[in-house]
Design a protein around this ligand. Structure first.
Ligand code: SF4
Length: 419
């Protein structure tokens, strides 16, 4: 089936999912998402978050739209969600379809040797799961994301689609004005969906809200780094991913409670190897794979899983908020596969491993993700030079059996512990 045929089918069968589509139970939430606020402790919040992630019909966006609002979907890795928030939109981060989504249509439109997230995101659109969204924003992180924007503009002609260009030169005096202009193009489009103009005051308020959220996540990440027995990587990841789906005002009470609870936890230390996870900055490994890494004897003390939520620290709110946001992006020290700071990659990975006091590096790259795979070569050279051990595993969304990965991780852990 060609993309044109998919488009035509999609346009003529908007109400009925394709015949072979299994009926998936979906959650229905109230428009103010009080179900999230009502969770009583960390365990309940994590359980609900997991259910929200598994429900590919985006229950939070559906609830928001049913309550009269508009929702905007953002592809990884980085997008300025504060802008959507300041316009009263619900910003939702797309993270692919997970292991439960059957790919039956997108394979026909995209080549075989492409990452899973590109196919699952397209599958979600073709099967109507992304109907609640009135806008789709794709940062130009790779050829795949660039083409998805074009495909979405044809599949959803009535929605706002936008390809966001982010600078790669962080030392040029033109980088900030360039990014402010790029954000300006995005603002114009999102204003159309929101039906209102963006005010400086509203954006400054949103910067403050997001600063507070980043501070809470940074506190949790610090516990995970300093006392990893108190907070599992899977738990931190779920807390971050809740923010992919709900507004910060709904997520923050959950984070505050989690912080109090985790600080009080009395859990025994394990004899585990401290590792940083490098590579999964866009497509996400499954929850089962992340759990397995910890079960097999690792403490994950740093990762690239939810960079969106910890890309920058405090963004100043006085002055021009759009310029502040652009400057914060450019000044961020984040160095991942789709962003190269002036520091050589081999030097950067060693610095990150040392900062996290990691004993090893676990490369966890999505299959066919060129930006991640290309950097592994450069990272390995730096690690070899400093005799820092590493292991490289590849994953895809539909992986279900991890026995070989378990064996490889256990062998790696033993070699680090007993060498
Ligand atoms: S997983 Fe890699 S190749 Fe695929 S869209 Fe993301 S950055 Fe691009």
């Amino acid at each position: 089936m060609t993309l044109l045929q998919i488009h035509e089918n999609r346009g003529s069968a908007r109400v009925a999912a394709p015949a072979e589509e299994p009926s998936v139970p979906t959650m229905n939430l109230s428009s103010d998402l009080k179900e999230v606020r009502a969770t009583r402790d960390l365990a309940e919040a994590l359980k609900l978050t997991k259910e929200l992630i598994q429900d590919s019909s985006f229950p939070t966006a559906r609830a928001w739209v049913a309550g009269g609002g508009h929702a905007a979907a953002f592809f990884p890795v980085y997008t300025p969600q504060e802008i959507a928030h300041a316009l009263g939109l619900l910003p939702v981060s797309l993270r692919g379809g997970g292991e439960d989504l059957e790919i039956t249509h997108a394979d026909a439109a995209l080549g075989s040797f492409l990452c899973s997230i590109s196919k699952s995101t397209l599958e979600l659109a073709i099967t109507g799961k992304l109907d609640p969204f009135g806008a789709f924003v794709f940062p130009y992180i790779c050829d795949v994301s660039r083409n998805l924007e074009g495909i979405f503009s044809r599949l959803r002609p009535n929605a706002v689609t936008h390809m966001l260009h982010l600078p790669q030169n962080f030392t040029s005096a033109s980088s900030v004005p360039f990014l402010v202009a790029e954000y300006g193009r995005l603002v114009e489009k999102l204003e159309r969906l929101a039906g209102q103009r963006l005010s400086k005051e509203a954006l400054a308020d949103s910067l403050q809200v997001y600063n507070r959220r980043r501070a809470l996540l940074a506190d949790l990440a610090a516990i995970r780094r300093n006392e990893p027995w108190k907070l599992a990587a899977t738990e931190l990841n779920l807390l971050e991913r809740l923010g992919d789906l709900v507004p910060p005002e709904v997520q923050m009470p959950v984070l505050e409670r989690a912080l109090r609870e985790v600080k009080e936890r009395q859990r025994p230390k394990r004899d585990a190897v401290r590792v940083i996870l490098v590579g999964p900055f866009c497509e996400q490994p499954t929850h089962d794979l992340l759990s397995l890494i910890e079960e097999a004897g690792c403490y994950v003390v740093g990762d690239e899983l939810s960079m969106l939520h910890r890309w920058m620290g405090d963004v100043p709110v006085s002055g021009d908020p759009l310029e502040n946001l652009a400057r914060a992006y450019i000044r961020s020290p984040v160095d991942i596969g789709v962003r190269a700071t002036p520091m050589p990659k081999g030097v950067s990975i060693v610095a990150r491993a040392k900062e996290a006091e990691a004993q090893g590096v676990l490369f966890l790259t999505a299959k066919f993700c060129e930006p991640a795979l290309e950097d592994v070569v450069l990272y390995r050279k730096g690690l070899d030079d400093h005799k820092i051990p590493y292991l490289h595993l590849e994953f895809e969304e539909k992986s279900t059996s991890y026995e070989q990965s378990r064996l490889q991780i256990e062998t790696f852990v033993e070699s680090v512990l007993f060498d």
